[in-house]
Design a protein around this ligand. Structure first.
Ligand code: SF4
Ligand code: SF4
Length: 278
């Protein structure tokens, strides 16, 4: 079973939630960090990677001697990575999404495939958790490509939790793709609600079952509850903001390892999700 942990915005506790959920499980489990532009799951574990895999894609490299500046490649590129030059097109590697279309279409075979490193995938073993963590190379625009490769490293026999990038753009779609259920972590603030609405709309379009987790819950604040009631969305968990939780996190510890009440809470949630799926 594949469980996505997502949020409409950063800073709402998505990664800590994913780490706690994985840590509450007693059997072998995969935790996949799909937030490849800023992977943070590994910060909760002391172990160093036992394996690292480099990931490459291809970008076009121009042979100026063959090019007649026909402009076909520039017209084709949807990402604005190719612009007009005086004698030949100019290619901006950092804008290229490696679709390969320009290389295939060039009538003069003037565009040659060149390998570009887009990131690395790190593998860390912590007790029963297999952490698989993608990390992009700075200056590349290949997050969806790297996310796909990172997800391909997963042993599908185990329960898997995916920590998805925040927001509702392309890397989020890549992370959510193929997941059985998603938990959307929401913060009860006007900004939190605004961004929650965006990801709810996206996830409905993707037809993935989902539930809401309200994090940093405050007494008397019903902003997320009102929205969920109106939209008929189930809130599956609420976590209050308190000093004990803040202290545990500020010491770099994992909540469920420090407090049995929370371990039971997260474990019960995981059991409930697995039961709903079976
Ligand atoms: S399609 Fe080929 S020949 Fe035409 S401008 Fe591009 S690189 Fe040059
Ligand atoms: S490979 Fe695709 S994205 Fe990259 S420059 Fe060519 S057409 Fe544009």
């Amino acid at each position: 079973m594949k469980i996505a942990i997502a949020s409409g915005k950063g800073g709402v506790g998505k990664t800590t939630f994913a780490v706690n959920l994985a840590s509450s499980y007693d059997k072998e489990i995969n935790l996949v960090d799909c937030d490849v532009e800023e992977p943070n799951c590994h910060l909760f574990f002391d172990e160093i990677p036992y394996k690292t895999k480099e990931v490459f894609n291809i970008i076009p490299k121009l042979d100026k001697n063959l090019c007649d500046n026909c402009g076909i490649c520039r017209k084709f590129c949807n990402y604005g990575a190719i612009i007009n030059g005086k004698n030949h097109p100019l290619i901006f590697d950092e804008m290229c999404h490696s679709c390969g279309g320009c290389i295939k279409l060039c009538p003069k075979s003037a565009l040659i495939e060149e390998k570009r490193k887009v990131g690395e995938i790190e593998f860390i073993k912590h007790k029963n958790i297999n952490l698989i963590s993608g990390k992009t190379t700075v200056g590349t625009s290949a997050s969806p490509f790297l996310i796909k490769h990172t997800k391909n490293m997963v042993d599908n026999n185990n329960l898997t939790i995916f920590d998805i990038a925040p927001g509702s753009a392309c890397p989020v779609v890549s992370g959510l793709f193929g997941c059985d259920v998603a938990l959307l972590i929401a913060e009860p603030t006007p900004f939190g609600l605004h961004d929650l609405k965006l990801i709810v709309s996206l996830i409905k379009d993707m037809n993935i079952p989902f539930f809401i987790v309200v994090n940093k819950m405050e007494k008397g604040n019903s902003i997320i509850h009102d929205f969920c009631k109106a939209e008929n969305i189930k809130i599956i968990m609420e976590l209050e903001e308190n000093q004990e939780i803040s202290k545990i996190y500020s010491n770099g510890k994992i909540l469920v390892n420090e407090n049995q009440k929370y371990k039971n809470l997260f474990k019960n949630l995981l059991d409930e999700l697995v039961k709903k799926h079976d």
